[in-house]
Design a binder for this molecule. Sequence first.
Ligand code: CO
Length: 148
Amino acid sequence: MAKRNIVKLGDDVLRKICRTQLTFDERLHQTLDDMKETMYAAEGVGLAAPQVGMLRRFCVIDIGEGVVELINPVITETSGEQTGNEGCLSIPDRSEIVTRPMNVTVRAQNRYGENIIVKGEGLMARALCHEIDHLDGVLYIDKAQRSK
Ligand code: CO
């Protein structure tokens, strides 16, 4: 595994729409492993492919309950609401208040291309929304209540 550089705010790559991931090969697995290492080294709870410069629809999340890898994730259901602090590894030393759903259901594929369903509540729901937003070039600061 190898740590990768995290793209920072201001880089166009964070504002692009990512493409569907069609291959589930060793190269994808290597990228996912690198992203996990990068996320843990930066002490983040999630990292999306565009944050390592790849315009592909996948991300990794670990809120402290084990890693979840999501390929081509789509939010299929949301309920409730939560308002709280949010940050992003691409926007260092900054956090803002963002309102998100309290519960989120996501349909995705795992690293082998198998269909999976992931349900998240609270922080996990927030992380799912945040990372999936990245795949459409959306950053949490776009949804923050106020800017610093
Ligand atoms: Co982020």
